[in-house]
Design a protein around this ligand. Structure first.
Ligand SMILES: Cc1cc2nc3c(=O)[nH]c(=O)nc-3n(C[C@H](O)[C@H](O)[C@H](O)COP(=O)(O)OP(=O)(O)OC[C@H]3O[C@@H](n4cnc5c(N)ncnc54)[C@H](O)[C@@H]3O)c2cc1C
Length: 444
């Protein structure tokens, strides 16, 4: 079968890889010059099966309201004149209860475990190096009240088969001695040994290259302009080459949309409605001054909800979510405040370890922002749409790197007529059409 995969982030590239593994001809299309140059570029690098709590929980509405007025608040809603944003917000609110939370966690953990195995398989068969660190993920808590609740979070993960342990400050320091200078502020932690970290961009670009070596056509630098249908099924896709302006029409037996936050607009062209909205996040990648004193274990700072990962001789810190459209600027006052907050926290927790000077102070932090393709449940959409030959693999929100390998494998299995070995509940109309992720609907 000839399959066109639209979007070369971690999700599209992983889908392409698994389609090749099953003997299909694959064409991968992206508007950028290489794979992983948008959201998969500078994320927090965590393969985090243990920390997959959806944003939507009982306490989220109150916290989000409080953070409206805090430029450094982890979650920020910036109201737009966009009905799509408000509709998404209402669907999100509908998920803010214990029953939905439990249901969503169950699916996220199932996909996380399936995906972790798929990632290890790819690494074993390709030998790709991407600053992988298999030393687990630790959470440190600086607020007693939050640490008291950590037991509950760990228990939820235990119920789903993930061994996230509550640990004392002393054990945390044995696991990651680099926290010593900040130890007086830490009240305790949690630790999941089976989690890991690594550079999503490096992995995705290397995997894309291996796909090309296996015969995949990669049409980079092409905008996907139009999905063409006839009689309720896909006919072709119209692309425009960015450098020349030339258009070309591509025909295939199956089409996969894996365009992250831009999936919503593309699918809307053919009457398919998906609840994916961009959640802007920031990262800073810092040069290490004292590599021997820097953390190796990937971490979550619970108070600020930021993640820290070691990537060779650099330290990546990332976090915060802004629901306010497709803006990707880094030079607004809000963006500057949020970026500076990430770097300031690194200096506070690991003093003198990395170059945390801002550019105006002569430093060279690599600031970046990206749009998480967020669904109200945090659960991605993987499966067939109501339009014939049209499939979707998008909406991975905060966990696209964690869920990337498995999402690609699952969709490739479905396209190949196989049933993925995953304990997913069937929900929504995508279920009877050959997928099992919820709520892909069609107006046609
Ligand atoms: C600050 C931050 C930290 C994060 N940390 C983590 C983490 O630690 N662990 C984790 O698991 N996840 C993390 N994530 C989430 C993760 O990065 C995303 O879920 C993931 O990258 C989404 O991948 P994707 O392939 O769906 O989207 P993308 O990487 O954005 O890929 C979509 C591709 O589609 C292309 N495209 C879109 N529209 C068109 C068009 N019209 N024509 C042609 N091409 C098009 C784009 O160029 C892009 O390459 C983080 C995200 C952010 C922002």
């Amino acid at each position: 079968m000839r399959v066109v995969v639209l979007g070369a982030g971690i999700i599209g590239v992983s889908t392409a890889w698994h389609l090749l593994e099953r003997g299909h001809d694959v064409v991968l299309v992206d508007r950028q010059a290489d794979a992983a140059l948008e959201t998969s570029f500078g994320n927090a690098a965590q393969i985090s099966v243990s920390y997959c709590e959806p944003w939507a929980n009982r306490e989220a509405p109150l916290k989000a309201f409080k953070w409206l007025f805090d430029p450094e608040g982890p979650l920020k809603f910036r109201p737009q004149l966009d009905p799509g944003q408000w509709l998404w917000g209402l669907k999100f609110l509908a998920q803010c209860n214990d029953a939905a939370f439990e249901r969503n966690v169950a699916q996220l953990v199932a996909l996380g475990q399936y995906s972790h195995t798929a990632l290890k398989d790819i690494v074993a068969s390709t030998g790709i190096h991407y600053h992988r660190v298999t030393r687990g993920i630790a959470h440190y808590y600086t607020q007693q009240r939050s640490f008291d609740d950590a037991g509950h979070a760990a228990e939820v993960m235990h119920r789903h088969g993930v061994n996230r342990r509550v640990i004392s400050r002393e054990e945390l320091l044995r696991i990651e001695p680099a926290l010593q200078a900040f130890a007086h502020r830490i009240v305790g932690g949690t630790y999941t040994e089976s989690d890991e970290s690594g550079d999503c961009r490096v992995f995705t670009q290397a995997l894309a290259r291996q796909c090309v070596q296996r015969g995949m056509q990669a049409w980079m630098g092409h905008d996907v302009e139009r999905l063409n249908t006839a009689g309720g099924a896909m006919q072709s896709v119209r692309l425009r080459e960015r450098s020349t302006g030339h258009t070309r029409t591509v025909h295939a037996d199956a089409y996969v949309v894996a365009c992250g936050s831009y999936t919503t607009a593309l699918l809307k062209q053919v009457g398919v409605s998906v609840p994916i909205y961009p959640g802007k996040g920031y990262s800073a990648t810092l040069r290490l001054l004292k590599p021997e004193a820097a953390p190796v274990v990937s971490m979550i700072d619970d108070a600020l909800k930021i993640a820290i990962s070691r990537l060779g001789d650099q330290l990546r810190v990332a976090g915060t979510i802004e629901l306010g459209g497709f803006d990707l600027t880094l030079d607004t006052p809000l963006a500057r405040t949020r970026s500076a907050m990430l770097v300031r926290r690194i200096e506070e927790v690991f003093p003198g370890v990395a170059d945390t000077r801002l550019p105006e102070q002569g430093g060279d932090p690599q600031f970046w922002c990206g749009l998480r393709p967020a669904t109200p449940t945090n659960i991605p959409l993987i499966g067939r749409t109501a339009v014939g030959k049209l499939w979707v693999n998008a909406g991975h929100g905060t966990l696209g790197w964690t869920h990337g390998a498995g999402s690609g494998k699952a969709l490739a299995e479905l396209i190949s007529g196989q049933q993925p070995a995953m304990a997913f509940q069937c929900q929504g109309d995508v279920a009877h059409r050959g997928g099992w992720m919820p709520r892909v609907s069609s107006a046609t």
